[in-house]
Design a protein around this ligand. Structure first.
Ligand SMILES: Cc1cc2nc3c(=O)[nH]c(=O)nc-3n(C[C@H](O)[C@H](O)[C@H](O)COP(=O)(O)OP(=O)(O)OC[C@H]3O[C@@H](n4cnc5c(N)ncnc54)[C@H](O)[C@@H]3O)c2cc1C
Length: 320
């Protein structure tokens, strides 16, 4: 097995790949938190990405793939291994079908669809991050998720590049098969949209963006909602009995409702705060650490478990 130094040298020889050592991951997360990665590689080339994965696999070193870092909590110690990011970001339209590379910014895809008079993604306006991660976590807002529009996903399964159709992606609320197969890397997705009036779509997206920017100021160091909302039908009896009908929306209970009952709003651990206006929004006020963030998350989970017998599940993903 090659040493870490030999792996670094081999990665450095791969064309079209950028490599850095001891890279602070705080610069790659919206929380602005996270220690260094031993190695960080990024490329917009599929062959280079696959070559890098093969080298990392041969090395036996741990690997993780990131997108825009808007849904990540990286430990203060960082990541002892190799962090990879696929940066291919092309967007192509053919009739009502759009092909988006995984490294494209989701908002760019939303804008591209609107400019082409294609309806179906405008309610995703303002969700930060990349297309690849949006497919991975079935991102959504305002009652719609990206899965409604996905026809096919192209990904690397560790041996070859394959495609899965929508059903095979096993999309659910903030879930997909890619969350279970952590070593599968998404390269692109085909989406089917509908012809519509670009001006109307633009207004819908602009209205959504205005509301979202008030809730999540663009400079806020956060991950959006920390915890997933809950399906009413999956709630344990004690929790279901406590929820008023007015709190249930489209069969789901916001995690924020439970958090609010246990006094989450305005809670603080070090420089990590729960927003005073939204119990499921945690942000770094400046000098917060991953340790503070995890301690606050653990405290919130304990309070909800003790009061409602319910285990909240994080929507955020952990690295390191
Ligand atoms: C202010 C704010 C508001 C938000 N609002 C919403 C919302 O309304 N709805 C919503 O759904 N989410 C929301 N989010 C969460 C976040 O935007 C989404 O989860 C987004 O899809 C993450 O994208 P990313 O590129 O930053 O991914 P990262 O945070 O970098 O990674 C997230 C996960 O995706 C995996 N991943 C990334 N790229 C690939 C790839 N190519 N192949 C396989 N796996 C990959 C990573 O391994 C990781 O596990 C919000 C976040 C913020 C900061």
């Amino acid at each position: 097995m090659p040493t870490a130094e030999q792996t670094r040298a081999r990665l450095a020889e791969i064309p079209n790949l950028t490599l850095s050592v001891d890279t602070p991951l705080s610069a790659y997360t919206r929380f602005g938190i996270g220690g260094p990665a031993d190695l960080y590689v990024e490329t917009a080339s599929v062959p280079a990405f696959i070559a890098a994965l093969e080298e990392t696999r041969a090395s036996g070193l741990p690997t993780v793939v990131i997108g825009g870092g808007t849904n990540l909590i990286v430990s203060d110690a960082g990541f002892r291994g190799i962090v990879l990011r696929y940066r291919g970001e092309s967007l192509k339209a053919a009739g009502e079908c759009v092909t988006a590379e995984a490294g494209a910014v989701l908002q760019d895809l939303v804008d591209f669809a609107i400019e082409n008079g294609l309806k179906g993604l405008e309610t995703l306006a303002g969700i930060p991050g990349s297309v690849g991660a949006a497919v991975y976590g079935n991102a959504g807002a305002y009652g719609h998720s990206i899965s409604e529009r996905v026809v096919e996903v192209r990904f690397f399964d560790g041996s070859e590049v394959r495609t899965l159709d929508n059903a095979a992606c096993r999309f659910e609320y903030r879930e997909s098969i890619f969350k279970k197969q952590k070593d599968w890397i998404i390269f692109s997705a085909d989406l089917r949209l509908e012809k519509s009036d670009a001006a109307v779509l633009h207004r819908t997206a602009a209205d959504i963006l205005k509301v979202r920017n008030e809730k999540f100021p663009v400079t806020m160091k956060c991950a959006g909602s920390i915890f997933k909302n809950l399906l009413m039908n999956d709630l344990p009896g004690t929790a279901a009995a406590a929820v008023p009908a007015s709190a249930v929306r489209e069969g789901k209970v916001p995690a924020a409702w439970f958090l609010e009952q246990v006094g989450a709003k305005g809670m603080q651990h070090g420089d990590i705060h729960v927003a005073t206006y939204h119990a499921n929004l945690i942000y770094n006020a400046g000098t917060g650490t991953a340790a503070d963030l995890c301690a606050l998350i653990a405290e919130l989970k304990t309070r909800v478990r003790d009061r409602f017998g319910l285990d909240l599940q994080e929507e955020v993903q952990y690295v390191g």
